[in-house]
Design a protein around this ligand. Structure first.
Ligand code: FES
Ligand code: FES
Length: 150
């Protein structure tokens, strides 16, 4: 069945079942592999993308639920090759270790800071529930505060 989704400002008409997870449409059908598969049960956040600016876990979201929405993936953040403030802070504070979870982490943090530009530690802990096997949580928090302070 043909479904049209808009990813990073570009429309894609794709032939998938409506209940296909959005993650597979993004990775396998469209070929944007920056968004990662971790658990497949909405627990780890590796698959986080934005749906109309809101962070969602794409491994459990049916692609049909994303029709008509503006989907942003990690590939869509840096406009014209210029990193966002969050991405810059990730480099400055050397947040990524193996890096596997970090595209989802950056998408979650970007959505949080858009809604709450100066989050406290409790808000960060409540909003950023992404799992990082490398244990980068302290660096994530440090980088978020750096962005908040400008
Ligand atoms: S792969 Fe989606 S939350 Fe883990
Ligand atoms: S940086 Fe390795 S899993 Fe997070």
């Amino acid at each position: 069945m043909a479904i049209t989704i808009t990813v990073n400002g570009q429309d894609h008409s794709i032939d998938v079942e409506p209940d296909t997870p959005l993650l597979w449409a993004i990775r396998e059908t469209i070929g944007l592999t920056g968004t990662k598969f971790g658990c497949g049960i909405s627990a780890c956040g590796a698959c986080t993308v934005h749906l109309n600016g809101r962070a969602v876990r794409s491994c459990t979201l049916p692609v049909s639920a994303a029709e008509g929405a503006a989907i942003t993936t990690i590939e869509g953040l840096a406009a014209g090759g210029t990193l966002t403030a969050v991405q810059e802070a990730w480099v400055t504070h050397q947040v990524p270790q193996c890096g596997y979870c970090q595209s989802g982490m950056i998408m979650a943090v970007t959505a949080l800071l858009a809604e709450r530009p100066h989050p406290g530690d409790d808000e960060i802990d409540a909003a950023i529930t992404n799992i990082c096997r490398c244990g980068t949580f302290a660096r994530v928090r440090r980088a978020i505060h750096a962005v908040a302070q400008g």
